[in-house]
Design a protein. Sequence first.
Length: 819
Amino acid sequence: DEQYDPRAVQDKWQARWEQLRPFRADDADGSRERRYTLDMFPYPSGDLHMGHAEAFAIGDVPARFALQRGCNVLHPIGWDSFGLPAENAAIKRDSHPSEWTYANIETQAASFRRYAPSFDWSRRLHTSDPEYYRWTQWLFLRFYERGLAYRKGGQVNWCPNDQTVLANEQVVGGHCERCGALVEKRVLTQWYFKITDYADRLLDDMAQLEGGWPERVLLMQRNWIGRSTGADVHFAIEGRAEPVTVYTTRPDTLFGATFMVVAADAALAEEIVAPERRAAFEAYRDEVSRESEIERLSSEREKTGVFLGRYAVNPVTGDRIPVWASDYVLAEYGHGAIMAVPAHDQRDLDFALKFGLPVRVVVETGQPDPAETGVATAGDGALVNSGPVDGLAKAEAIERITQVLEERGTGKAAVNFRLRDWLVSRQRFWGCPIPIVHCPSCGEVPVPDEQLPVRLPENLRGADLAPKGTSPLAAAEDWVNVDCPKCGGAAKRDSDTMDTFVDSSWYYFRYCSPTYEDGPFDVEAVRRWMPVDQYTGGVEHAILHLLYSRFFTKVLYDMGMVDFTEPFARLLNQGQVILNGKGMSKSTGNLVDLGEQIEESGVDVVRLAMLFSGPPEDDIDWADVSPSGMYKFLARVHRIAAEVTSAPGTDPAGGDAELRRATHRAVDEATAMIEANRFNVAIARIMTLVNAARKAIDSGPGAGDPAVREAAETIALMLSLFAPYTAEEAWEVLGHEAPVVRAGWPAADPALLVEEAVTCVVQVAGKVRDRLEVAPSIGEAELERLALASPKVAEALGGAGIAKVIVRAPKIVNIVPQR
Ligand code: ANZ
Ligand code: ZN
């Protein structure tokens, strides 16, 4: 039967592939080039959706491509299976989070098997398995030993809805990244990873990623780390022994510092406020503590503040300058205090104009007086009103003043980062327990390695897990009370769990040796497979997950466990699948169901539509997609294969020359497009070839021509990356043995890539003088140059000048001589 039935084809090959297992990575085989293609692993929230379908269709192309080119490919799958939604579901259903989690994983796994990415299923992992989180705990302890995991008290971000702390990275525009609630500040003791120790390396190593990662992701990381260079300047404070240090990127403007501002919520403000100003200060500070981060950082808002009744001394002018407190200075950045230069910093100017503080111009920019216009001048210019540095340009002045400060001991060059340490503890249940015991006599005691994993209790469920501001584990008496591993006395387990981003910071190492029991991974296996050659996933992870993974890799490098410092050589961010111009969402009903799409059109149609709609980075509006167009194309492919009558292995050399050229050109161009991640263009090339083959059958040499067979086989081989079921079926119909993914990648014959030449007639004064063999695509200028270079033309001109050249590429050049 020649009828193309996508469902039947799909069911047949899904079962066959389960037996053939063509996607197993071979650890032992060092003869083939190794390739590691990785997809960001899913969170098990219900079944797979359209976003997954797109991401995994895209991620599958480089994996299958490498496999067909003969590489030994590692393309694993697993689940990022700790996290809040499971816990919330468990509270609602009075169950344990593992029930919801593992049920959803099974649902997704079944959908994946049908959707058929080329996964090596034998390496499957789940971060919530004790076999996995044992090693998350082990890594935590190694971080702890190196001083990279520590506990400290301080102000933290608190989500009042999820009742847990959040990392800075999880606060987006002042709201909880997960639930959208307005984030509050609380003072709590929490666990941190000291990612700031790696700030310089996280920036500098990005040089290795240039060209391999999207420029915008590198930029986002750079901005997030936020390295700034300038100087620390010490200001003496009247009536206080200790000076106050401020950080500035503009030490050149020091002569223009006319007041100082301390963060209202910094301990320093509380400490230096004069007794008669205390009441006013405290009232203001309480007001500030109720403000959200976004309100504080808004430049639109009118400035607020309070005078602290104190004076500082400008170290270069000797002037007494007033010290104020305000909310526009952040307690956690630099030193929590600034020197205000209103003439050249807009926020300082707004503040000065509001409170009548002096404005002193120290850089002559040629712009009008800031005190009058209300616009601070930020441009470059010569220094003025600055004593010994008058006349210097900005860069020279920065250098000179920093030098003077260093000589006098009143300051020094300094670097600051926006990056803060990573807050990793969470007051929730469904996460990796922190392997620390708190003992009244020994303090913090690490759980010995041989006692790992510290397992989550299985007897907590439903209401036991309801958020109450402290971890539900704290209330689990039989779990939390332990003997101190050091002194044997009564002690308590740390009851917080780790941020799930800790779990996902190292899973790609684990895939290299997923059942290894002597460590988080087999060092040798990682040496063989890593770094990852291509990583595919959403741009929503441009900062968090990628930054944390890069940090982990550097720590592992310092531990001597890996010999590279960047985990992902190439990164591809796919766009989103949207509908009618809007993001898909269950709550608004603006949704396309993946399962229904597959029921209706089959996997190959969905995959092809995802890949053909545009470059992988672009969003796909499903309203614009034509599944029926994709179906027709696949049916044509199938029909061509069915019509071919020459035998497998027939030499195509004697076949139709035009079709052969079309075939080899398609191979050449599609290959280049796949390498450049332009999958939609590669598919368009295959479509062109399908049309050419159809034409050759219908109105050319017919289905028995060996060139038609060659085209049909080439189509099946290349289509295997995009519509694997149909490709496999066509390959079998053409008389070959499955699987097509092991059948190699077609090679373009360079001799067939040369365009067929056309003959161009060259006339002089209307008479044919020469004939040139040229490419049909030749440009007019090139053709004119060739015609004028012809000796026969020169002879015909006989030394006469040229009045005019008329070019009709590629067929005619007419040269009109001067009379
Ligand atoms: C004087 C000055 C003059 C400044 C001038 C700028 C322009 P980045 O680039 O982000 O590092 N600053 C320092 N600590 C601060 C804090 N805790 N909260 C708010 N602002 C703070 O910015 C550094 C600049 O931001 C510093 O340089 C300081 O203002 C301010 F014409 O000092 B500058
Ligand atoms: Zn103890």
